[in-house]
Design a protein around this ligand. Structure first.
Ligand code: NAD
Ligand code: TYD
Length: 361
């Protein structure tokens, strides 16, 4: 039975990945989820798996070498899937240091502990051990908007935000481990994810939540920045396929083939909400384009991200299966069914964050 060490499994993508893996492999695998439970980590995301005998949660910080060593010492780990990170660009602009700590130092600790656990006396590694580092397309910088240019695995790194810079640094560390030690790893760089369990500081869940309450929908700048949206379950599938079928030591870009301007996304969200809310639901009258409010632009706001996921399609056969209109419906349906989740996520510290972030916009 393969044993997985998943970091950041209580976050958005990590929890979707854990659900995907148990759906696919059921009792054929064991998952140990290591998460520090920052503001973004939420064990409610994992309620339906927490009683499984083949699932264990360990509350630990990935920067805490002793804690991570202890997980490797107590378990024969076959796969590491490393999601844990500080993930929000706006927060990185306000407070870059925590991004360097978690994303760079934390990745160094994960690499070092895995290397120590898997290395043989002759410097080679035990058979069939693999580390997958989950990264972002933001490491490649920004593309021109009126161009057919795409990010490829060979695109030089040019990160702009402190978040992107910290992820680029972590990718470089993984590359250094592969180049120096032949450490068995892969890196995946994916585009913007959306779907269930996404924390409402990110564009899509924030807009859904605000629209349902008739609150302003704060669009940065002219609203024409482009992102390439990927449904999170498609991403989870890609990660598993890369780890099992990809070529070791290689990087794979994972994209949604779904480039849209922020304002286009917002129009689709409003239209979909209108279509899904029954006539008697009082929220129907609140959801409207009139809520769109253009606010001050994000500092250093990258104009366009777009991935051509050719390599992963050609080598592994993965492609994004979920069309945006279908994915956004599933996402909104999930938020309708999980109102408590949203209420809990937006209570307490979220209100403080929201006020500080948006009050001067
Ligand atoms: P998230 O913010 O929802 O979750 C991050 C998780 O990591 C949380 O559970 C948090 O508690 C945990 N964590 C944070 N610091 C930690 C630490 N020091 N020790 C242990 N755990 C810690 O993030 P996400 O959106 O799920 O992103 C997961 C990964 O995917 C990140 O590495 C991110 O850079 C990458 N990524 C995300 C997107 C996206 O659209 N969300 C796109 C590309 C890449
Ligand atoms: P976000 O979800 O933060 O992802 P990222 O910045 O990592 O791509 O933002 C997606 C896009 O939406 C980005 O162009 C910034 C924009 N945006 C807004 O216009 N308003 C908002 O309140 C937020 C959070 C984002």
């Amino acid at each position: 039975m393969r044993t997985y060490l998943v970091t950041g499994g209580a976050g958005f993508i990590g929890s979707n990945y854990i659900h995907y893996m148990f759906k696919k492999y059921d009792n054929e695998i064991r998952i140990i989820n290591v998460d520090a439970l920052t503001y973004a980590g939420n064990l409610e995301n994992l309620k339906s798996v927490e009683d499984r005998e083949n699932y264990t949660f360990v509350k630990a910080d990935i920067c805490d070498r002793e804690a991570i060593e202890a997980v490797f010492a107590a378990n024969d780990i076959d796969r590491v899937v490393h999601f844990a990170a500080e993930s929000h660009v706006d927060r990185s602009i306000r407070n870059p240091e925590v991004f360097v700590r978690t994303n760079v130092l934390g990745t160094a600790v994960m690499l070092n502990c895995a290397k120590a656990a898997w290395e043989l006396p002759d410097g080679s590694f035990k058979a069939d051990k693999k580390f997958l580092h989950v990264s972002t397309d933001e490491v490649y910088g920004s593309l021109p908007e009126d161009d057919e240019a795409f990010f490829y695995e060979t695109t030089p790194y040019a990160p702009h935000s402190p978040y992107a810079a910290s992820k680029a640094s972590s990718d470089m560390l993984v590359r250094a481990y592969m180049d120096t030690y032949r450490f068995p790893a892969n890196i995946t760089n994916c585009s913007n994810n959306y779907g269930p369990y996404q924390f409402p500081e990110k564009f899509i869940p924030l807009m859904i939540n605000n629209a349902l309450q008739g609150k302003p929908l704060p669009v940065y700048g002219d609203g024409k920045n482009v992102r390439d949206w990927l449904y999170v379950e498609d991403h989870a599938k890609a990660i598993d396929m890369v780890q099992e079928q990809g070529r070791l030591f290689e990087t794979y870009n994972i994209g949604g083939h779904n480039e849209k301007q922020n304002i286009e996304i917002l129009d689709i969200i409003i239209e979909t909400l209108q279509g899904m809310l029954p006539a008697e639901d009082p929220r129907k009258a609140l959801v409207s384009r009139d809520l769109i409010t253009y606010v001050e632009d994000r500092k250093g706001h990258d104009r366009r991200y777009a991935i051509a996921p050719d390599k992963i399609k050609e080598q592994i056969g993965w492609y994004p299966e979920t069309m945006f209109k279908e994915g956004i419906k599933k996402t909104i349906a999930w938020f309708f069914e999980n109102e408590e989740w949203m209420k809990n996520a937006t209570s307490g510290d979220y209100q403080k964050y929201y006020t500080e972030m948006y009050e001067n916009k």
